[in-house]
Design a protein around this ligand. Structure first.
Ligand SMILES: Nc1ncnc2c1ncn2[C@@H]1O[C@H](COP(=O)(O)OP(=O)(O)OP(=O)(O)O)[C@@H](O)[C@H]1O
Length: 884
């Protein structure tokens, strides 16, 4: 439906296909465009009749339209000038330029002439909803479903009454890749011009650019294009980078070229061969001209222009001045830094400060060459836009010649090497191949493959590529498989710039990294979560109760771009059935008996801009599942008792300990909802299957002890202030710490740890945490090591009785005086305490070993049974039994 539809499908063929669809419900005749066939089939399935009036297509009231305009004010504001421009260009062809929101609600229209009157008759005007479900195949509605630019000509419209229209529409995506709305040019089909599709695509891109620039106004923004002239056109790539050097956003074009995905999971250096401090230095220059980045090997090139927020410039240049004056004070070499350097010139030293290089250029410090050399970047390209050179600026300084004739970063003018650089060029950390930055490419395209003839062609190609890899369901732009015509390296050809081999763990955000305690399954799970961070992919966390699903969801929230937004957790199992609906979706005042007069926004709306964690979603009643599905699809919430639907933007994370898949098969959970929430399903392993119990115990203990001792320190301080005796209980914790608890070290006796490692922990981490809380509370003031007797009594009883449930659920209990389920014979369990109460049916040899070990410990304790039992982490009676 993109290009084929411009050469409209022959009317006879359309008629035949329509007849077939109506008679058989199928389209075996196959229209030449698969997208058109799909859309017709959808229209048919929606129960629309191609002839006659449209039955009950919704239309917004003027109040609803006003509200929608308010909600979409950013989109409308950025689209308006673009629409005016489009209108000026298409005026002669008697058409209309239309903007719709993401639901197909027409927000604004520009047009004049006779066509507008005709358009009004088919409700092509603000307030009407051109969703495919109501109006059949049409450019706006179909572009929304197909998520790509679409042209629908004359009889290709499913409803015959729209057959006089020719419409071209392109989705407008926000910087996260979500479709915000659609830009459309509609006109009389007889006047249709074949370039309209390219025009509307470019216009939509232009709106996206404006949105991108606004949303990322506080970030460093990079414009990219294989041709210098391509910068500032709708075909350029855009990247946004945080001050720490993380990619935080990118448009489809940039992501396609760089093979990157816009998430904080990638540092800029992973995709562009420029060390971050040096790029920052260059970007902070007042008049930084575009530069050409070229990859070694295949000579593909990208032109880069950077803009930074003014505050960054102030910060970096200010820091630079300070650093310079400090270095001057120390009498250290500062190369040729000029004391009166301008801000832009001063910024040039950032690179060498950051990289530790000491550059000596022999040039005037204010020359461009100076900036580049001092920043560690090679000098500006000699043929790289003469106009970029300031009048009178000196020639670029000499730099280390590249093996292939290019110039290198990573080495200073005297050949001093910069950390991270090697003789062959800069090695991007973890990247497979060294890459060179060639600031000297004569035109940025000399070695580069042929470039697109026009930005329009480029735009068309990118759109076609998007059609190849459409990003479904509001996902971030997927990697584009660039058309060869663009001459731009596809994601594949840039692959060496990525860091597939690197271990990303070092770059995990702290909240995720903190959960990586050494268990390989958990590690894999965290890796997968890390990959989908900041992507609108719904997560489904499954696993037994207490394994830490909520903890994971919270870590995902805290690690992502939404961390400043709300995190709202709802336990669907804990809410009375009658209240879930009101709790989730909100209600209008007095909507039901007992409802408050003011009404309530509901948890979904509370989570707007943040994360909604729906725990135990398997416990949600079926009717509510249907409602939730609708909300997830429409991204709008309708409060109970009526009122306008409100848009919500939430990252959804669902969790359940129930087997949802099986529930779907049994009809207890909606299949459509299951697939909707199942963007990425991960199973959190039970504690008994984890190998990092010791590290987890330490983590939990730190968490348990620190606040306790802090609270006690406070209580003590308070008590002292009131001249009353300090509370006795557990004052040892802060006395151990001596500093309010921060340094308290409580650990678990090794023998007890062995026992714990063999226990099945049916309540998982929750049970472990509770056990440790009790144990810490039971510690005497002088004790810092947890023994079995500190544990809750039920565990003690279970373990000392040898009734510990093993990971393999085998019980052994033939220690004297106990009863067992397996009746395994032998003496004791495995070594140490585990031998006494180890869960897996121990062999006689193991029991013998445990007994021997207990004897040895007793000898070491010079016969002191209490001490030996303490060391072994068991009670005295148990030790007696064991030794018998
Ligand atoms: N990795 C972890 N580090 C520290 N504490 C953890 C970890 N995982 C779980 N916990 C603790 O275990 C308890 C249970 O965790 P959480 O509520 O996340 O489990 P869950 O799987 O969501 O349980 P349920 O299915 O019953 O809701 C919490 O107190 C939590 O703090």
């Amino acid at each position: 439906m993109s290009k084929t539809s411009i050469a409209a499908v022959a009317p006879g063929r359309l008629r035949a296909a329509r007849r077939e669809l109506l008679e058989t419900g199928e389209l075996r005749l196959n229209l030449p465009d698969a997208g058109l066939s799909r859309s017709w089939l959808r229209s048919h399935a929606a129960g629309l009749s191609p002839v006659g009036r449209t039955p009950g297509a919704p239309h917004a009231s003027s109040a609803q339209l006003m509200r929608a305009l308010e909600q979409q004010h950013e989109l409308v504001a950025h689209a308006r000038p673009v629409m005016q421009d489009l209108f000026a260009q298409t005026r002669d062809s008697d058409g209309m330029v239309i903007l719709s929101d993401g639901q197909g609600l027409l927000l604004q229209a520009l047009g004049d002439g006779r066509f507008v009157d005709r358009a009004q008759r088919v409700a092509l005007r603000p307030g009407a909803i051109w969703d495919e479900r109501w109006r059949g195949t049409n450019a706006i509605g179909t572009a929304l479903v197909e998520r790509r630019p679409v042209a629908v000509m004359g009889g290709e419209h499913y409803l015959e009454r729209n057959g006089f229209l020719s419409c071209t529409a392109a989705p407008i995506r926000d910087p996260q890749g979500r479709v915000l709305g659609v830009l459309d040019i509609s006109g009389d089909q007889r006047n249709f011009h074949r370039h309209t599709l390219a025009l509307v695509r470019m216009a939509a891109r232009s709106v996206e650019h404006r949105l991108f620039q606004t949303r990322h106004a506080q970030a460093l923004r990079l414009q990219l294009h294989p041709q210098r002239e391509g910068l500032d056109t709708a075909g350029e790539g855009l990247l946004a980078v945080s001050e720490e050097g993380w990619i935080i956003g990118g448009n489809e074009t940039a992501l396609g070229w760089l093979g990157a995905e816009a998430s904080r999971s990638l540092r800029l250096e992973a995709v562009l061969p420029i060390p971050w401090p040096q790029l920052l230095t260059w970007a902070c220059m007042d008049d930084a001209a575009p530069q050409c980045v070229r990859r070694e090997g295949d000579a593909t090139a990208l032109w880069v222009r950077a803009s930074v927020p003014a505050a960054w410039r102030r910060r970096w240049v200010g820091a630079e001045r300070l650093a310079l004056s400090e270095r001057n004070d120390e009498g250290a070499s500062i190369g040729h830094a000029h004391p009166d350097r301008t801000a832009g010139a001063a910024s040039g030293a950032m690179g060498d400060l950051a990289s530790g290089a000491n550059l000596s250029t022999g040039r005037h410090p204010e020359s461009h060459g100076m900036h580049h050399a001092r920043s560690g970047l090679a000098s500006p390209p000699s043929g790289c836009g003469e106009s970029d050179r300031r009048p009178g600026a000196s020639e670029p300084v000499s730099v280390i010649p590249a093996l292939d004739g290019g110039e290198r970063i990573g080495a200073d003018a005297r050949g001093l090497s910069v950390p991270g650089a090697d003789a062959r060029g800069l090695s991007v950390p973890g990247s497979a191949a060294p890459v060179a930055v060639d600031w000297n490419a004569p035109d940025g395209g000399r070695d580069a493959p042929a470039m697109p003839a026009t930005p329009a062609a480029d735009a068309a190609d990118a759109a076609d590529a998007a059609a190849v890899a459409p990003s479904a369901g509001g996902l971030l732009p997927s990697r584009l498989a660039q058309s060869p015509r663009t001459g731009v390296p596809s994601a594949r050809t840039w692959t060496p710039l990525q860091m597939p081999e690197r271990s990303p763990d070092a770059e995990w955000p702290a909240p995720l990294a903190a959960l990586d305690l050494g268990d390989p399954t958990v590690h894999q799970l965290l890796r997968r979560l890390h990959k989908v961070l900041n992507k609108p992919i719904t997560l489904l966390l499954q696993g037994e109760s207490g394994v830490g699903k909520d903890v994971l969801a919270r870590a995902v929230h805290d690690s992502g771009l939404r961390c400043k937004g709300p995190y709202v957790a709802v336990n669907c199992a804990a809410l009375p059935e009658g209240l879930i609906e009101a709790e989730l979706f909100g209600y209008r005042g007095g909507a039901f008996t007992g409802a408050s007069r003011e009404g309530a926004a509901g948890r979904l709306r509370q989570a707007h801009g943040g994360t909604l964690f729906l725990d135990e979603i398997g416990d949600m009643p079926l009717p509510l599942q249907a409602r939730l599905l609708r909300v997830l699809q429409d991204r709008q919430v309708q409060p109970l008792g009526g009122g306008a639907a409100v848009s919500v933007d939430v990252q959804l994370i669902c969790a359940s300990h129930r087997p949802l898949r099986a529930m779907v098969e049994e009809g207890r959970f909606r299949e459509d909802l299951y697939y909707r929430i199942n963007g990425l399903a991960l199973t959190v392993p039970p504690l008994r299957a984890r190998t990092d119990l010791a590290a987890l115990v330490q983590r939990l203990l730190r968490r348990i002890v620190a606040p306790q001792s802090q609270a006690q320190a406070q209580a003590q301080a308070q008590a002292q202030a009131q001249h009353s005796p300090a509370p006795y209980q557990n004052t040892h914790l802060q006395s151990i710490a001596g500093n309010g608890g921060a340094g308290v070290e409580v650990s678990v006796a090794p023998s007890l740890m062995t026992l714990m490692q063999r226990y099945a922990w049916p309540g998982n981490v929750r049970q472990l945490e509770q056990a440790l809380r009790v144990a810490v509370a039971m510690l005497e003031p002088w004790e810092r090591e947890i023994q079995i007797e500190h544990l809750p009594e039920d565990l003690q009883a279970e373990w000392t009785a040898g009734e510990v449930t093993a990971t393999d659920a085998t019980h052994w209990t033939d220690a004297p005086g106990t009863t067992g389920t397996t009746g395994t014979t032998g003496t004791t369990g495995p070594s140490g305490l585990a031998g006494l109460s180890g869960p897996a049916a121990p062999s006689a040899a193991l029991r013998g070993h445990a007994k021997a070990h207990a004897r040895q410990v007793l000898t070491e304790c010079q016969g002191n049974v209490s001490e030996a039992a303490r060391r072994l982490g068991i009670g005295r009676n148990t030790l007696y039994r064991l030794l018998r």
